[in-house]
Design a protein around this ligand. Structure first.
Ligand code: ADP
Ligand code: DP6
Ligand code: CO
Length: 361
């Protein structure tokens, strides 16, 4: 009797960098479609440093969709994973691998199951945007596997339904997530403002204050803020729209003083609305506060800003230096004030974008 050949596996691996917002997204107007209450702007890091690597595989031998995150199986039953899988599956096309003798038709994808393995090379759920790199990578690798023909803008709208910040990781450089107006979310997509070459003197350093998983996820944190903070509406409707215009201009002109003023103020206002939430949410800790004081003092003593700081929903500092010289001085200062061997609570420094550590050696 002829045996049915169901031993084949077809797979695709992709890598996607994380992105850090300089004008932050915090608050949804639609929880299911993930539609934000304001525009946001971010910078995408170099994939050589902080990134997600995801492998998606399909085989007739698989009996259900399964996913492993950092080696541990996780449930795909949540709406976010299901939304991303459904959206990409509905855009699948014929796929043929002649060498392996495999042909999957558009219809064939409906019956096939997926296995997904994803790794983050940086702390997960610690405020370094793992959900951004994670969902962008998931959507990108699925689209490749299933031969979906969507462009990055359309893929960004699908990644957005996994995690809002993920839509901005489909592009390099500085990226804007336009909140959009449509109820179905069709115009809530990411667009590249400038590519990674536009402002390549910038050096991004990440000081890992704690790699522990945060107590309040971004999703529940922003839900509680929208429900209870009297300040959030003012931020979303009055403050952020003006900052978005100024930030776009600062980025286009490579105007570091304005960029720094806006980035630091927006990070501080985001943490202020977290504090204005009931019960209050504390993402930063004493070390985060000491880093802010250190940078503020240094910037003031130099007369012109050398470094911008921003903290996402976690205690870890993202420090953006104006050039390599400032980054080297910053690293020296951090090592002096928070020496790793002293048992200080700053346990590592990850250098993003340009590796100044590599050059120093
Ligand atoms: P972060 O600040 O790291 O983005 P969030 O609270 O926004 O933290 O999201 C963390 C969640 O994102 C994780 O609990 C997990 O559900 C999801 N996530 C993280 N990394 C990945 C990944 N590589 N693939 C898919 N989902 C991921
Ligand atoms: C502080 O995108 O992680 O990092 O859409 O619920 O998955 P969900 O939240 P997420 O929130 C990110 C919040 C932030 C700011 C930002 O990235 O803009
Ligand atoms: Co996140």
């Amino acid at each position: 009797m002829a045996e049915k050949n169901d031993s084949w596996v077809l797979m695709v691996t992709a890598q996607t960098p994380t992105n850090i917002a300089v004008i932050k997204y915090w608050g949804k107007r639609d929880e299911n479609l993930i539609l934000p209450i304001n525009d946001s702007i971010s910078v995408t890091l170099d994939p050589a440093h902080l990134c997600t690597t995801t492998t998606v595989a399909v085989s007739p031998a698989f009996t259900q969709d399964r996913m492993w995150l950092n080696g541990k199986e996780i449930s795909l039953s949540g709406g976010r994973y299901q939304n991303c899988l459904r959206e990409i599956r509905s855009r699948a096309n014929d796929v043929e691998d002649k060498k392996k003798g495999i042909k999957i038709t558009k219809k064939g994808w409906e019956k096939l199951h997926l296995h997904i393995a994803s790794y983050n090379n940086f702390p997960t759920a610690a405020g370094l945007a793992s959900s951004a790199a994670g969902f962008a990578c998931l959507v990108f690798s699925l689209a490749k596997l299933m031969n979906a023909k969507e462009d990055n803008g359309q893929l960004s709208a699908i990644a957005r339904q996994g995690s809002g910040s993920a839509c901005r990781s489909l592009y390099g450089g500085f990226v804007k997530w336009i909140m959009g107006k449509e109820e179905n979310g069709s115009d809530s997509i990411a667009a590249q403002l400038v590519d990674e070459k536009h402002w390549d003197e910038l050096v991004i350093l990440i000081a890992v204050v704690s790699s522990r998983q945060k107590e309040t996820s971004s999703t529940s944190g922003m839900r509680e803020t929208v429900e209870t903070s009297p300040l959030i509406q003012h931020r979303a409707s009055e403050v952020v729209p003006k900052r978005i215009i100024q930030m776009e201009e600062a980025i286009r002109n490579r105007d570091f003083p304005t960029f720094t003023r806006l980035t630091c103020s927006d990070s501080n206002q985001f943490h202020a609305v977290c504090l204005d939430t009931s019960p209050p949410i504390f993402y930063m800790n004493d070390t985060s506060h000491r880093i802010i004081s250190c940078v503020e003092k240094w910037n003031r003593s130099e007369g012109t800003p050398q470094v911008a700081y921003t903290f996402d929903a976690g205690p870890n500092a993202v420090l953006i230096a104006r050039n390599r010289k400032a980054a080297t001085l910053l690293l020296q200062r951090l090592l002096f004030y928070f020496p790793p061997e002293s048992g200080a609570d700053l346990n590592s420094y990850v250098v993003g974008d340009k590796s100044i550590l590599k050059d120093a050696g």
